[in-house]
Design a protein around this ligand. Structure first.
Ligand code: ADP
Ligand code: MG
Length: 287
């Protein structure tokens, strides 16, 4: 019977680490023609290497320490890479109020000083003059008590299977691949270009990502479905808005797992074409 085949399909998918939350999502996934990706943590590893620390007057070690402390409460991939580069134990008693601003960065009290850490948008927002930096990589600017203190460059490493996953989706009949990111244009275009992604939009805030998805939804035909794939950090609103929301890496944020229709246990991007192919096979058996 129809429900039994769906159950078998959902069960089979779950054995592959692909959790599909219902038979309606199985059907929508099988019709995916647009696949929209988040960059950081989805197509890139999300655990970057710190490739440079450039201070103003403070020592490099001190700058990195402030960065790691200010970011200690965040689960953002940038935070994880800063913790790793710092390497030391974090004394949480040194950290006071923390405010994480999605798409911008963090404001935190450390040793009673106000640390602002994030992108150029955050510096502009706070009226802090920063140095424009031409290094290749994601630039994290740091200000202490309203004074620019320097920046840290982290190289955003593409996952080994991202390119193959994009190619495999194309082979499976996906018409358009798109990358949305809050990161800078230069990094975004370099990553998208190297992966063979059709369209790229950068420097987006979470709300801009929703608006972009809505724009793509209204431009396409009803039958062609749009899937959004994200690692979850800041992505719950887009996961909800897409025809089908796919959250990668079940260790990601609870909000994303809640908002998603499909959860991939693994963070290997090859799981995305695999999920699409499993859903198509299941639908062929059902109908
Ligand atoms: P993406 O869209 O690539 O997944 P996000 O929306 O999570 O990226 O973040 C967009 C940008 O905002 C980052 O590239 C970074 O510049 C800044 N940012 C966000 N969160 C943090 C943070 N915790 N620390 C520093 N910068 C951050
Ligand atoms: Mg992200």
């Amino acid at each position: 019977s129809i429900p039994l085949s769906f159950f078998a399909g959902i069960g089979g998918a779950s054995k592959e680490g692909i959790l599909i939350k219902g038979s309606n999502y199985m059907e929508t996934l099988s019709q995916a023609k647009y696949v929209v990706f988040d960059k950081t943590g989805t197509l890139t590893q999300g655990v970057f290497e710190v490739s440079g620390v450039h201070h103003n007057e403070m020592e490099n070690a001190k700058l990195l320490e402030y960065a790691a402390l200010a970011e200690s409460a965040s689960s953002h991939p940038i935070s994880k890479s800063l913790q790793k580069a710092y390497g030391g134990q974090i004394d949480l008693s040194r950290v006071g109020d923390v405010e994480e601003i999605a798409g911008y960065g963090i404001k935190a009290q450390v040793d009673g000083r106000t640390i602002a850490i994030g992108n150029s948008k955050l510096m502009k927002e706070l009226g802090i003059e920063y140095y424009d930096c031409h290094s290749v990589g994601t630039i994290v600017h740091i200000a202490v008590d309203g004074e620019y203190a320097g920046h840290i460059v982290i190289s955003d490493i593409v996952k080994p299977h991202s390119k193959a996953a994009v190619a495999e989706l194309k082979r499976a009949g996906v018409e358009k691949t798109v990358m949305l990111t809050g990161d800078a244009k230069r990094v975004a275009e370099q990553v998208a270009g190297s992966l063979g992604i059709d369209e790229v939009y950068s420097e987006l805030l979470p709300a801009d990502k929703v608006a972009k998805v809505e724009e793509l939804l209204s431009a396409k035909q009803e039958k062609a479905k749009l899937a959004f794939v994200g690692d979850g950090i800041n992505d719950a609103p887009v996961l909800t808005r897409a025809d089908i929301g796919i959250a990668m890496g079940a260790m990601g944020s609870d909000a994303a797992i809640e908002a998603a229709d499909v959860v991939l246990m693994d963070d290997d991007p090859m799981q995305i074409p695999k999920a699409v192919k499993i859903s198509r096979k299941c639908i062929r058996i059902v109908y």
